[in-house]
Design a protein around this ligand. Structure first.
Ligand SMILES: CC(C)(COP(=O)(O)OP(=O)(O)OC[C@H]1O[C@@H](n2cnc3c(N)ncnc32)[C@H](O)[C@@H]1OP(=O)(O)O)[C@@H](O)C(=O)NCCC(=O)NCCS
Length: 390
């Protein structure tokens, strides 16, 4: 009889790591993506305000796992503009025990945990061609497909070069308070904007927030003060996921530990792994996640491109605490219709044009018609992708 219970790091760590290794995911033949959580299987959710990991146990063996996080975000779903949301991720069932309702049990228990924490909506992300996952969530659990964000990826260069802003452009690192002020001013109306943005900005994985503007339009320390910003400006922040997990592409029929967004975008790129100019994906590599990309003003497109170059250079130049390698990719995820895509350098072959997000209302008093209306037409609104969910 399968038992679902909370993860206990002291006794379950090896069982979960072993499950992940045995968990064959992905359609790509002979090429697999491994995630090394560096001894902490719960590392991806640890930075969220409320989190939980459940395991499915059968005869003292871990045969399934799921993770979940809870937070309050902006969500333009009348009558309110805010909601408590639960994010489900990392669902895995051992290949030997599939189609025995273990995945369903894990999802059900995670939903129950969300409900006991008064969550309004549960959501999850997957590849749109992951049939098992889409059927489980959409057909069986009634999740509704509602967003198709785009994942953009760019490998960091293998050799650092000294970065120089183009003439006339200033780049400045903001203090956390300045960044928080600007985030709340210009991004708080985006769907999924986390109300605890301060927790993200002060987290040790957040390397900083940078703005770019045209020389003479602002001065250091003044930026954003009293709500004043230059006519044209751009902003982005960087999160160093490489400090908590590493990815590596492997060959041969091995199993893998393949996590969320990276798996979805890396599979897209399998076809070009043999290209000589590709970075060393067969060695462990980290990722910089760029979040909170914003631009405003008539000449801000060039500012975004300049900030992106600056971040690529930062990724190339940074060493991590675990190895001397600076092998990295720079990743971001934005709404599918976001025009920013045009100004964010990315490798098309590695990028994933359509991630699939699905959502479900958990409260009994939900007006189902209004909910379906909300899921139908949200693409024109901005979408905030939380770096803690990479
Ligand atoms: C997706 C996954 C967790 C499903 O686990 P599972 O225990 O086999 O799922 P269940 O037995 O509870 O299946 C529930 C329903 O999901 C659907 N489903 C599950 N596996 C499926 C498959 N391979 N093909 C088509 N539908 C499938 C079916 O509708 C199924 O109901 P049914 O058996 O009555 O037809 C498992 O296949 C897995 O670990 N896959 C690799 C990791 C992954 O892709 N995770 C999802 C990331 S979001």
């Amino acid at each position: 009889m399968v038992k679902i219970r909370s993860y206990n790091g002291q006794v379950d760590r090896f069982g979960v790591e072993d499950l992940e290794r045995r968990c064959e995911v992905g359609p790509a033949e002979n090429v697999f993506l491994y995630t090394d959580t560096m001894g902490d299987p719960i590392c991806r959710i640890r930075n969220s305000p409320v989190y939980n990991m459940l395991v499915a146990e059968l005869n003292n063996e871990i045969v399934g796992v799921i993770q979940g996080t809870i937070k309050v975000v902006t969500l333009h779903k009348p009558p309110k503009n805010a909601a408590k949301v639960g994010y489900m991720l990392g669902l895995r069932v051992s290949p030997l025990h599939r189609r025995k309702r273990i995945g369903s049990k894990l999802v059900r228990h995670m939903e129950d945990w969300f409900i006991s924490n008064e969550v309004d909506y549960a959501y999850m992300a997957t590849e749109k061609d992951n049939e098992a996952s889409v059927k489980l969530f959409v057909n069986k659990f009634g999740y509704v497909k509602f967003r198709n964000p785009t994942i953009l990826i760019h490998p960091a260069a293998s050799n650092p070069s000294s970065f120089r802003s183009p003439p006339g452009i200033e780049i400045m690192k903001l203090k956390v308070e300045q960044a928080e002020f600007l985030y709340r001013k210009v991004m708080s109306s985006m769907d999924f904007f986390p109300h605890d943005i301060d927790n993200i900005l002060t987290n040790k994985l957040s390397l900083g927030t940078w703005v770019a503007y045209w020389r003479g339009e602002s001065s250091t320390g003044e930026f954003g003060r009293d709500g004043k910003v230059p006519n044209s400006w751009a902003m982005m922040s960087v999160w160093d996921s490489g400090e908590i997990f590493k990815l590596r592409v492997g060959q041969a029929t091995l199993n893998c530990f393949l996590y969320g967004k990276m798996s979805r975008l890396m599979r897209k790129g399998f076809s070009c792994f043999k290209a000589p100019s590709m970075p060393e994906f067969f060695e462990p590599f980290g990722l910089f996640f760029v979040y909170g990309i914003f631009r405003e003003g008539p000449s801000s497109r060039k500012l975004v491109r300049t900030l992106c170059k600056f971040v690529h250079n930062l990724a190339t130049a940074s060493k991590d605490n675990y190895s001397s390698s600076c092998n990295k990719v720079v990743v971001t995820e934005i709404g599918c219709c976001d025009k920013l895509k045009l100004d964010i350098p990315h490798w098309k072959l590695l990028s994933c044009p359509e991630d699939l997000w699905c959502i479900k209302a958990l409260k009994n008093d939900e007006d189902i018609e209004a909910f379906l209306e909300f899921t139908k037409n949200p693409q024109n609104r901005g979408l905030f992708v939380d770096p803690r969910e990479v």
